[in-house]
Design a protein around this ligand. Structure first.
Ligand SMILES: [Zn+2]
Length: 134
């Protein structure tokens, strides 16, 4: 495996909020092989590293529309969900599989999977979302 270790002074493409586009940057600070602080070579402003944004648009469009499979799953499971047992969602709470949560934006949701540390995958009417938790 070839590892290209980033270091201060290396060029990198990043998002600049002042230029409002992806521009060439020079890395100022690297922590654990990830760029943290960069300097824009257009406006010379130093700021936090933000990944270039170009590839993000299609994903955002998909996220707003639940996939058919998730919609069907929701319709199948919805009758077994007792919304009176749902707890208000809080990212400082801990959740278990099959917990019901009540989210201020997404509504009723069923915890389906623990997705790594401090994350749970929740099925909402609008599709699956990964939520932060304790
Ligand atoms: Zn800039």
């Amino acid at each position: 495996m070839q590892s290209t270790t980033l270091s201060a002074g290396d060029p990198i493409e990043a998002r600049c909020t002042k230029c409002r586009k992806n521009t060439d940057h020079i890395i100022i600070t690297v922590v654990e092989e990830a760029p943290v602080k960069v300097q824009c070579s257009c406006c010379n402003r130093q700021h936090k590293f933000r990944p270039p944004t170009a590839a993000k648009k299609p994903a955002a469009r998909q996220a707003s529309q639940p996939r058919d499979a998730e919609r069907k799953e929701w319709e199948r499971l919805r009758p077994s969900m007792n919304s009176e047992k749902a707890k208000s969602y809080s990212m400082t709470d801990a959740y278990k599989v099959n917990n019901l949560i009540d989210h201020p934006v997404f509504g009723l949701g069923l915890v389906q999977r623990l997705a790594g540390s401090q994350k749970v995958e929740v099925l909402f009417e609008g599709g699956k979302k990964t939520m932060r938790c304790k």
